[in-house]
Design a protein around this ligand. Structure first.
Ligand code: F6R
Length: 601
């Protein structure tokens, strides 16, 4: 939901700002803009364009440059994706520019007040109110932009990351955050501000984490962080553990394909050092139930987690859509462990559900992929997945590692509560260790599946069936296909078919059935479901670990413990979605209408 970059330093700003935007484009890609402080005290150089970043780059032929600037890539909320609504937004003199990620909830009343004071608005955005407010506040504070920003933040409702630059003091960039991400990149003679470390990883690996309601001011040689009362705050410094190559395509046609192929490593990295126990300071004996909160793909990982945790730890587990959770009156208290799963660690729905659960006394364990993210910081404990940066909007390797995190948590609780015997623990850990090689094996044999997928590119709808953990896997397969191929796709529990969905089957409808034999009796039941859909004209692609003659097309995957099977069976589903998107000419890494981090509710 919008990517934000700021640079001030010894070098020209245009290159790091544009490079940063390129790496943040996954966050939003309906328009982009930059502001550069080219001349002291003169209007800023601003260029903004609707559409992808390349439109902005083409418009920048004049290539004005300076040593400091800010840039923005947008996912529209208030006001359509037009040149005018693109960020930065300017004050009436054109000397102050502001970019924003989030939503200003009280922008209507602010705008009315500001218009009465003579401010002229150009866009339909919520952001523009803030730049006018900041302009007045700067005058009230004798040109001190950081003080003005603190004053303005106190007047704002909602969520925001804000960056501002004024041409009177061009080497200063001021930022602020509430409920949206902002990190500082600390360089030598240059400093950066960005929504995500990916924006500046090519320049520095030293980052500072900013807390809630903090304001930061950077110059080429200084970083000052304060709270809203102006008190200096010591920001937590950390070193980014991956390097720039992880945020590049490295010879693959798309980030998504690269990330599918990175899964064996991501799984191995997430398992490393954790099979003999997690270093979590939680007393599992005190919990009477577990609630998993998450959205989208992370929610599907949570559904698999329920099966594993209930089986291995014998604690009841509910899995809840984070966006729904706090709007009813869920039963939770001090004896509830809430597990929040989020790749980005900044999904607003998940964050709000987490805060709600915390306010009711629940203990929060989060599973995040992004170091220093808000969800991680607001949790009692965090289990980081080590998927590395996931750039493609559709989640693949992050899902695989979220599954691994679920298994590790189930194993940990089962072990701590003595619900698993030593033999069971040994069997599970051995099976987990084998997963990277098994995923590798699938990836070596997916070529025929890619060819097969292309045959279905004109299908109206694709159905996915599974039982037990195959059901959430089917949901994940359908979600991937919807978001990438823009096709109607649904995931069903095999047993539910006859209760309605079977009416969707028509002559030639592709049905993908997940049927590992480790599911025992359920595999037999799936075989019957397959016959039922075939009898009604479906073309069935079966994903199984053994020979099965009832399939129109059989995709073989290796055997594994039933609970661990989703890590394997999801791989062909990811490949189907990828290939279908390519065959239909869609933008694989940046599907329409989506953004990677959903930082608005
Ligand atoms: C789908 C996808 C989304 C995310 C969801 C939650 O491919 O990526 O459904 O899983 O928006 O995002 P995080 O995990 O960042 O909270």
């Amino acid at each position: 939901m919008c990517g934000i970059v700021g640079y001030t330093g010894k070098n020209s700003a245009l290159t790091p700002v544009l490079d940063g935007l390129r790496r943040l484009e996954y966050r939003g890609y309906d328009s982009a803009g930059i502001a550069l402080a080219t001349q002291v005290g003169k209007p800023l150089y601003v260029e903004k364009q609707a559409g992808k970043l390349k439109n902005l780059e083409e418009a920048l032929v004049k290539k004005s440059d300076s040593n400091s600037g800010i840039g923005h890539t947008r996912w529209a909320t208030h006001g359509g994706p037009t040149d005018t609504n693109a960020h930065p937004h300017l004050d009436n003199e054109g000397k102050l520019a502001l970019i924003h990620n989030g939503i200003i909830e009280n922008y209507v009343e602010l705008r009315q007040q500001l218009e009465k004071l003579g401010h002229k608005f150009k866009s339909e955005t919520d952001t523009e109110s803030v730049v006018h407010l900041l302009s007045d506040a700067r005058k009230d504070n004798n040109g001190d932009l950081a003080a003005a920003m603190r004053q303005v933040c106190k007047q704002l409702k909602g969520s925001f990351t804000l960056l501002a630059i004024h041409s009177d003091n061009p080497s200063h960039i001021v930022g602020a955050r509430r409920n949206s991400p902002l990190v500082v990149g600390v360089g030598e003679g240059e400093n950066f501000l960005a929504s995500d470390v990916a924006a500046f990883i090519a320049h520095t690996k030293i980052a500072l984490e900013l807390g809630q309601d903090q304001v930061v001011e950077i110059t080429p040689n200084s970083v000052v962080v304060t709270d809203l009362s102006g008190q200096i705050v010591k920001a937590k410094e950390y070193e980014i553990s991956w390097d720039v190559s992880a945020a590049e395509r490295g010879g693959f046609t798309h980030f998504m394909l690269k990330e599918i192929y990175e899964q064996p490593k991501a799984i191995a990295d997430t398992l490393i050092g954790r099979l003999n126990g997690l270093n979590l300071k939680l007393n599992f004996k005190k919990f009477e139930k577990i609630v998993i909160i998450a959205c989208g793909t992370a929610y599907n990982a949570g559904l698999v987690g329920k099966y594993a945790i209930e089986k291995w730890a014998q604690i009841p587990v509910d899995v809840e859509l984070a966006s729904e959770y706090r709007y009813r009156e869920p039963s939770l208290n001090k004896k509830t462990l809430v597990i929040a799963i989020s790749q980005s660690g900044e999904t607003m729905d998940t964050l709000m559900a987490l805060r709600y659960a915390k306010s009711k006394g629940a203990t929060i364990l989060s599973v995040c992929n992004t170091n220093g993210s808000t969800i991680g910081r607001e949790s009692d404990e965090v289990l980081y997945t080590h998927a590395g940066p996931e750039i493609a909007v559709a989640s693949t390797k992050a899902f695989a590692t979220q599954l691994i995190a679920m298994y590790l948590i189930g194993l940990e609780i089962g072990r701590k509560l003595k619900k698993l015997s030593n033999n069971e623990i040994k069997e599970i850990t051995e099976q987990l260790t084998q997963l990277p090689a098994k995923v590798e094996q699938i990836l070596e044999t997916v070529e025929p599946l890619r060819e097969l997928t292309r045959k279905f590119k004109s299908a109206e709808s694709v159905l996915f069936l599974g039982r037990h953990v195959g059901y959430p896997t089917a949901l994940e397969g359908a979600l991937k296909l919807k978001e990438l191929a823009y096709m109607h796709a649904e995931g069903f529990a095999g047993g539910e078919l006859k209760h309605g969905p079977i009416a969707l089957i028509d002559n030639g409808t592709p049905v993908v059935a997940i049927m590992p034999t480790s599911s025992g009796i359920l595999a037999e039941k799936m075989a019957s479901n397959i016959q039922e859909v075939k009898a009604r004209g479906a073309v069935v692609i079966v994903i199984s670990d053994s020979e099965f003659t009832g399939a129109d097309h059989l995709i073989r995957i290796p055997e594994a413990n039933q609970l661990l099977q989703p890590v394997l069976s999801v791989v062909p589903l990811q490949v189907i979605a990828y290939e279908m998107a390519v065959a239909r000419g869609n933008d694989v890494d940046q599907p329409r209408n989506l953004a990677k981090s959903v930082t608005v509710e």
